[in-house]
Ligand binder design. Sequence first.
Ligand code: FES
Length: 614
Amino acid sequence: MNSSRGFVDSIVRYPVKGLAGVPTLDPVRLEPGRGLRGDRAFAIARRDSTPSATGWLPREHFFHLARHEHLARISLGLVEEGSESSTLVVETSEGMARGERRSSPSGEVGAFDSTAIDDLLRRTLGADHGEARLVEAASEGLWDWEHAHVSIINLATLEELAREAGMPVDRRRFRANLYLTGLAPFEEFELVGRRIRVGDAELEIFQPTDRCRATTIRPVDGVSDLNVPSLLAARYGYAYCGVYARVVGGGSVRPGDAVREETGAVASLEGKPGWPRAARVLAKEDESDDVVSLWLTDPLDLLPNALPGTHVRVHLPDAPTPNWRSYTISGTAPGRFRISVKRDGRVSTMLHDAHAVGDTILVSGPHGVGGDDASRDLLLVSGGIGITPSMALLRSRVAQRATGRVRVVHSARSSTSLPLWEEACRAVAELPDATARLHVTDTPPPERCDGFTAVGGLIDADALASIVAELDLDRADASVCGPPTFAAHMRALLERSGFAPDRIHVDLFSSPASSEWGPPRAPRADLPLRIESAAGSFVWEPAAGSLLNAAERAGLDWPSECRVGVCGTCVRTVTHGEFEYLNEPLCEPGPGRVAVCSAAPLTPLRLDGAPAGS
Ligand code: FES
């Protein structure tokens, strides 16, 4: 059995990486292990970069749109005159040039002569990045990702983005080879890890496409006018749009061809936690009148192996935006993971009402920093549905046959609505030195307490101090989760009881606080500041905006992808100094770390353990 996944609307080839595409109405052949003939066959190299024998180098070796938006103002024509002869015509503000490959009368294929194009590129692009020149791929195309063959965009997703942006979104921003129609918005992510047949060709969808600054650039004039990654992150909780495919079965494809999903999954799929992918609902269990648990699969099998304390983002394309929300993983088991959802807000309500066993749901994660040293003492303090991280930690302690002492303190409004409490008490009973204490605020405490202590009223300072006194504070951690005021109050009480502040973890979610998105704020610092890093030092100027921009202006090649705080590629450690975020990063860099694409310094900084005064 196979199922319909829309139709091919149009086909585009990009002879030179970073330059304009050349659409075709004719059938094209997709080659196994390669893709469209002549696609990304050339790139404009910076410095001395030459594609390796495998035909691939990271994009930092080439001019690319995310960093060189003026590429959008270079036009390109492709003339093909037979299977091995081709002519490229490049036009810039400095003039026009042709390059060509000819075959000898005996059929021998000659080298591509790019002398005139190289000369034009040097005059157009300047000498800032060394001698620009056209280089040719040895085998596979010069993609941003190794082993990518075909880029696919779902046009319904772009229509959805245009609605959210309040302006047209030109499909050329996304530089796809195949534009598909007839799908629902973001349906392409359901294909990650699946095989599809397009025309006569067979493809494996092996990853979603993360979007970088290149998509912010208006194709007609190279002006950065729409922050697509930021829009995606704010409204949908990720910066992905479209998917990459590998060609596993060659064949001919033309506009209008049907796309069908084949049976069977991609054999080995190694993914990143941030990828949106389709999880299947295996079971739904009522925990109380307003909390339901969902057990789900993960095609990447990352979430069933998540560390306790991490969370998953649920993305519901059918819900009004922002249509994503974070949930702590409340339990894991081989091949499955669990979230426990309180009926509260539109995403949670849809999970309660609109998703049944067997349905698929888009998820990403695990996100956040988790983990637990099971030999240390552990105090778990929770309020309401904040019991979910406590539950994950308790399950982990039981699974590890932990030796550290465990104390559970939970606050609930009603003794008749206690989601996950019985399960927590069962886990406590299995641990060697553990107790559980329940505080009930709005009703009398339960009359029967199996394995726990119950009292009426709020958790107060004395109650908490007496529990803390049972722990070895030199070897103890605390985890706090609940409504923000509850969590802040509990943290203050714990610190007063002698808990070291850096051993208290307060669970924070990065669910969308608002649907706002837009350009980064202006930096507050108005003077140049010195930045020292292990790779080199430079002076940040306010006009540069982000630390990443300033580093690049200074000639440093710091890795980056999305440039809007989503992917985490640019995160570096901060060993000295203070900084601010110009846009809040979604990638959760963690303490002592900074996403340099989204941050500006407030004081001189030392990064990556750079020695002082280097
Ligand atoms: S480049 Fe993606 S978070 Fe900075």
